[in-house]
Design a protein around this ligand. Sequence first.
Ligand code: BGC
Length: 770
Amino acid sequence: MKKTILAYCLIATLVLSVSCTDVPQFGKASNSKVIKAMTLEEKVNLLVGVGAWNGDDIAQEIKDAKNLIPGCAGQTYPIPRLGIPSVMLPDGPGGLRINPTRQDDDNTYYCTSFPVATLLAQSWNTQLVQEVGTAIGDEVKRYGADCLLAPALNLHRNPLLGRSFEYYSEDPVISGKIAAAMVRGVQSNGVGATIKHYALNNQETNRMANDVHVDSKTARELYLKGFEIAVRQSQPWAVMTSYNKVNGTYAPENEALIEQILRNEWGFEGMVMTDWGGGRNAVATVKAGNDLIMPGSANQIKAIIDAVQNGTLDEQIIDRNVERVLDFIARSPKAQGYMFQNDPDLAQHATISRSSATEGMVLLKNNGVLPFSSDCKTIALYGVSSYDMYVVGTGSGSVNYKHAVGLDEGLKAAGYKLEPSVYRVYSEYVNDHKEAANPGNFMRTNLTNHVIPQSLVRKPYQYRADAISSDVAIITIGRSCGESADRGYENDYLLTDIETGLIKDICDAFHFKNKKVVVILNIGAPIETASWKQYPDAILLAGLPGQEAGHAIADVLKGAVNPSGKLVDTYVKDYMQMPSTANFPVNARELQAAARSNRNNPDAKPIPNYDYTDYYERMDIGYRYYDKHPEQVSYPFGFGLSYTTFQYSNPQASYDDGQITLSIKVTNTGKTAGKEAVQIYIEAPKSRLDGIVKELKTYAKTTLLQPGDSQVLEFKLSEYDLAGYESDDSVWKTYAGEYKADFAASSQDIRCQSTFSIPFEQTYPAFGSL
Ligand code: BGC
């Protein structure tokens, strides 16, 4: 720790000592004066990060910047002559990701692994997400970094998307509002947040070059909407563009996306950076208004300088971007002189991680087994994941936490005994197969494959014996996912035959003895549930719950916390019938092989779902499609059970002077204290919805209501919130007419309705054509 602070002080001293009175100093002189004093090379350096390399040939000040926080994803270029520090940009969505150990340093730098984005969204609790953001931002600041590379909010277009866990939902409204809460929380510390990956990065297969073909209405109303909401509601310091192309132009080179839509239309005031390795054509990237190219390379610097010198790039464009980078740096703790101490309160953050995890878990089924009664003392705990939980996905969204609490550990801490013979078999398997802890490993997981192996399948008579020596069975199904690859269908989205057989056999044996079975889903994205959900007595979607996993699940099973999470994705009966599946790289391996053999063939045709992806399903994503086909749904969007029941009454809706006010009274009619997430879906008049039944427009959650207690929830919407994008005229339009407000417990459980009327049609300008 001391060394790090010493390094920081040296940089600060270097920055100050090189200053001389006649050179304008950043932070003292105005940015325009600083820019005037910069050489072209200095300006361009500032637009390109310090690079991913760490060779001997780099300048000392860059070496110092790189060594300041090992494991930090990137840094801006320092210019000591002008007093411009290097600011540190670390990942990511599930918590800060830096290396936990450092060379020649006995201290550790672990970070807290919080529940992943999808799980946080499932809480439907913006206040809670803001608290998580505040805790993550605190770690960013106290470990000496400046701007977090999160939150990420691409939509779950298809459940096989590899990075689903880093993203919130299939729906843009919940994605945007939760992302805004996360940004507000992170930025309340005086550090920045970055919303990413802007835009339409909805598959990992060939993510660096895939061309998304999308119509402007679908793009605006679905895939850009969450970004719009997050920008308008939270003004993040930065936006990260995605790797992919949108209708033929790479996102970082896409002026319509960046300058026109993001800045002119939505009023974004911050800085735009590329994803790591994005921005292939550095000059086009600069011109499009993508201010910072990350992680940066010498070739990019040269290309930009050459373009200015040969007159193909106007230096004024460079100055525009430099000014935005300087504004960004000026706000950073580094520029503000904050002296970090590497002292986050990890114990307190663990508490926040645990409570937010319990609030995001979704109880999908409960036939009277949960919460466990006081007679339940001994648990037969099956499933590899029970003993080695997936707490976060892999890739840049992973976190180097100190310890992940397994479900075995969590249940024991909650006072349960584990049936010894089952415990022995599984824990021995896990110990034998667990890779050595490898802190700092980018792809960190413990066991990489949690699918239950044949060797752990017990004979039916053994399950019957387990049922005698325990009170209840728990089976955990585990699935990880991560950056760079999409998920598979067989043995991943689908359960394996072994897993389905195991669930059936255990349920048979336990039910025969009048004992119950609970399935825990320790998964990063939806899986198939329809074919096996009838067997167990309860199913809890625990998601990827962060480092306190086992404690958080035990809290819900025991009833210390009443589950109040609700789905933010539709769990469908048949994946193959989902409209987006026809145009998603389900067979990624075959596509990759075809792309390899195409490489040396000049006549090769572009490969669908690899070189390009058609979004033919348009708005038929998630509940927007399944509202029209409810019979194809296993668990609907917005669904989640509780240990209590809620009654909705007195729905109100009114329009006054451009504002819609809605309210509903929610009463806890059961015997247990609990919280209820209420969703507001709006049914617009006639043609506006283009075949869609209704759309989520806002939501709210009650406080913890004691049995018999009520709360009136109030919601506000603007006319613009109800606008649709009119592709022919390139405008947003709110129709006049009567609207229906659905007060719903899920997308398929509308409890009350009310209506309001908008007297006059409204149009709003839209900029930029995609
Ligand atoms: C990811 C980003 C991440 C960056 C830096 C990229 O591969 O797509 O989400 O922030 O790496 O680690």
